[in-house]
Unconditional design. Structure first.
Length: 250
């Protein structure tokens, strides 16, 4: 069973869908006196561990203060957890018929539920930039947001992935005196509910069925009902009839 080769890209598609939610975040820089927008900055997003992002930002020499301001704001996200979700468990014996092709039918076993935890970190130079980013994210999670994913393109099987915002944290970092270099970090924890599907298995189309009917209580004995496709070589689209035979066996 484990030798079946297949790959639906479940986790990759989910992570890509998650990242796509935050690719159009902008920050306006306004004139302190007039309040007029002088610059609009698109906040870059990358897949990177939090500590690596902080180390890269803090590595900017203090003499390059202008460069430090240029690299902020920015966002990064990373996977922080991966667990089996027993609350969504489905019996492994359940199958879904996914269509037929000629003499063969296909079935798909029940998916295995897993949860992925993702942390989104937002790095800004000042509080106003941070609040602008947060206001473009928080209203959409109450506390969840669903994205659609084509789980198995060959079968046109689509799913909605719930993305749940579970926690928001705020951290104000200083390097030196209060008036000197500053970096504010917002951390948002998300919970993604995924289903991992196994391979699509082929199965033959049933063309003959035999049913034994117990009528002993009424004194009629046991009857056997047989239904057969005629001719047996016929496919679903071919002309055929169903031969029915009733026979008393007891």
């Amino acid at each position: 069973m484990l030798q079946d080769k297949f790959y639906w890209g479940t986790a990759r598609k989910a992570i890509t869908a998650f990242g796509s939610l935050f690719t159009e975040i902008y920050v306006d820089r306004r004139n302190e006196n007039t309040g007029k927008v002088e610059q609009t900055i698109k906040v870059p997003l990358s897949y990177s561990p939090r500590q690596k992002s902080i180390a890269t930002i803090e590595a900017t020499p203090e003499s390059y203060e202008q460069e430090f301001q240029v690299i902020l704001p920015r966002m990064g996200f990373e996977i922080t957890g991966f667990q089996y979700d027993e609350t969504r468990q489905i019996s492994a014996t359940q199958y879904t018929n996914v269509g037929t092709n000629g003499r063969m039918g296909s079935k798909l076993s029940a998916p295995v539920p897993y949860n992925i935890d993702i942390k989104l970190s937002v790095y800004t130079r000042n509080q106003d930039d941070g609040w602008q980013v947060m206001e473009q994210i928080l209203p959409f999670f109450n506390p969840d947001y669903c994205v659609n994913k084509n789980s198995i393109p060959d079968l046109n099987l689509e799913e909605d992935i719930p993305i749940i915002l579970t926690n928001v944290a705020f951290n104000d970092l200083y390097d030196g005196a209060y008036t000197e270099r500053r970096m504010i970090i917002w951390e948002l924890d998300f919970h993604l509910k995924l289903n991992f599907f196994g391979p699509v298995r082929k199965q033959g189309v049933i063309k003959k069925s035999i049913v034994d009917i117990n009528n002993l209580a009424s004194g009629a004995g046991i009857e056997q009902y047989t239904a057969t496709v005629d001719p047996m070589s016929a496919n679903k689209e071919d002309a055929h009839t169903i031969l029915e035979i009733w026979k008393e066996t007891y």
